[in-house]
Design a protein around this ligand. Sequence first.
Ligand SMILES: [Ca+2]
Ligand SMILES: [Ca+2]
Ligand SMILES: [Zn+2]
Ligand SMILES: [Zn+2]
Length: 199
Amino acid sequence: MEEIRRAVVAYYEHLPENDKKLARKTFKAMDKNGDGKINRDEYVEYLTRKKATNFTHQSIFRALDKDGNGSLDFEEAIVLYYIMQSGRAIICQSCKTFLAGAYFSCSKCFFNVSGSTYEICCACYGGKNYTHHGDAIFCDNYTLLRQSRSVIQEVPIEKRRKTLKTHQKGLLVPEITVGLAGITLGVADLASKFYCSVL
Ligand SMILES: [Ca+2]
Ligand SMILES: [Ca+2]
Ligand SMILES: [Zn+2]
Ligand SMILES: [Zn+2]
């Protein structure tokens, strides 16, 4: 989580004034009783209202609450704003903890744009504590990020701009693994062309 927090500080520094205002406004909207912090109820209520229930998971709130006092101050809550913007709300499919740092993702599912991705934490992967299809190829998230770049490079230059534009939202933040997951190239089996250097 420290890594994400550091990214957030850098990200926030570069936010345009208007977006900073919006972040403050969002915080105020969440803080129903106006005591300057977001408790668990306010947190769940706001996200339910925004139809962002995948963020209401207990493990995300716990990870956001850096000092563990049961509520989020602005500095802690801004991390949520970042996670929401970057599509970084990834939960281990096996033990359901929030994946704040390095994790493993099935590259077959990752490059199969019509299906959903499958991510697990390092502990579950190492301990073989998961059930997934038998021919799964697991890569760490950084390897997948590098592979996504190769995927973009495979796209003819004239189409590349369009591909990148589609994923512009994901490209606004440093960790773009998820944003790139939806690349549509029309290539039948991309996953088979890439190997995980870590395996
Ligand atoms: Ca409050
Ligand atoms: Ca706190
Ligand atoms: Zn796990
Ligand atoms: Zn898979």
